[in-house]
Design a protein around this ligand. Structure first.
Ligand code: LMR
Length: 359
């Protein structure tokens, strides 16, 4: 009799637990509260996503859209947690964190990737792409494929390219219209040898500081100028320490969304599909909106009384291309030839006077 009572008690307890877990899920639409005894596959997947920019920028907003879409498509079974503004890692630390699976997704600027894969130098060659359409052609064509293939050999899974926009130059004391205008000025650049050499070749000096430190370094006078997109210049307040903005469009700031390959492999196929769809949606949204977000930032910058803004013309750009021609020659020998050859024909850096001369 005793044996029967304890057996009956256990059955009741089991039914109550199943009822609790099952109904918790049905009514909330979320995974039921998890407890330590549940096996690993039954827990929601947590995807930590680190990036270094402000939330109200092209990348910051795309990351949020992505997270919402994943939440919706997986009913909360994949939980994307975003860490913006470099709160956990600066851009270079993010690569180690991704390798160690401390975060599962990052979206570094192309120039940051050059530290891990020199083929990505291609984006930093000055004035190589002259408009957004050329950049999109490169993302979607052979060049994008070659670069993702190349980064996968280094242990990162390339998911999609994200847009920001063309970079502009700010300085505290004057415009940088002609190459000689950079002489003796100290610029903060991202850690790409091409960027360092670009400014050094025209007489400037360069420092690499993490994005988060730029505002303070400008304020303390350790650097005189920066190159960045309008949305970054505005959202991080760089303009407060800079009176001159030259609209140079000298190269493109884009991002590669990278994933930890083991995390990706362990994700069930239905979740992989949901993540891919969410990325496609966020990418399409960004493609439509990034130019407008940079335009809005320009509008805000024009509104600052202390700011002088100059739009560099094609003849002035041609002078830069001429001065920087040796860079195209040098880096064509460093970037793998398959990557160089994947460049859409219009952007060939081999032309004697540099790309788009006289255009
Ligand atoms: C930088 O200058 O470090 C930025 O462009 C970073 C970013 O991710 O946009």
């Amino acid at each position: 009799m005793k044996l029967f009572v304890s057996f009956f008690g256990m059955v009741c307890l089991g039914l109550a637990a199943a009822f609790y877990v099952g109904f918790g899920f049905l009514f909330s639409g979320q995974p039921a509260a998890q407890d330590e005894e549940l096996v690993e596959e039954e827990r929601p997947y947590v995807l930590h996503f680190s990036h270094v920019v402000a939330e109200n920028t092209p990348k910051g907003l795309a990351a949020e859209r992505f997270a919402e879409a994943v939440q919706e498509k997986t009913d909360g079974w994949v939980d994307v947690r975003i860490y913006p503004n470099g709160v956990r890692y600066n851009a270079q630390e993010e690569f180690d964190a991704l390798k160690e699976n401390e975060v599962q997704m990052i979206a570094p600027a192309f120039s940051e990737i050059t530290r891990h894969d020199p083929n990505w130098y291609i984006w930093d060659l000055p004035y190589l792409f002259s408009d957004e359409a050329e950049v999109q052609e490169a993302f979607e064509g052979e060049l994008g494929g070659e670069l993702f293939h190349s980064i996968e050999q280094r242990g990162f899974k390339g998911m999609v390219f994200w847009d920001n926009g063309f970079k502009q130059i700010t300085l505290d004391r004057s415009f940088v219209i002609y190459p000689e205008d950079a002489v003796d000025s100290r610029f903060r650049v991202m850690p790409s040898d091409v960027l360092h050499e670009t400014f050094e070749r025209i007489g400037g000096t360069t420092e690499t500081y993490p994005f988060n430190e730029v505002y303070q370094r400008l304020g303390s006078g350790e650097i005189d100028g920066t190159e960045n997109t309008l949305s970054n210049i505005y959202s991080k307040g760089f303009y407060r320490h800079q009176d001159f903005l030259t609209l140079t469009d000298h190269n493109y700031l884009g991002y590669a969304v990278l994933m930890n390959p083991s995390f990706w492999k362990d994700l069930p196929p239905a979740h992989q599909e949901a993540v891919n769809e969410a990325l496609e949606e966020a990418t399409a949204w960004l493609r439509e909106e990034s130019a407008a977000l940079n335009e809005q930032a320009l509008y805000q910058l024009r509104y600052q009384e202390h700011m002088h803004i100059y739009d560099q013309n094609e003849l002035e750009k041609a002078q830069w291309r001429r001065a920087l021609q040796p860079l195209y020659e040098k880096y064509s020998g460093i970037i793998h030839e398959d990557v160089m050859e994947a460049l859409p024909a219009a952007e060939s850096p081999y032309a004697e006077q540099g790309p788009h001369e006289g255009s």
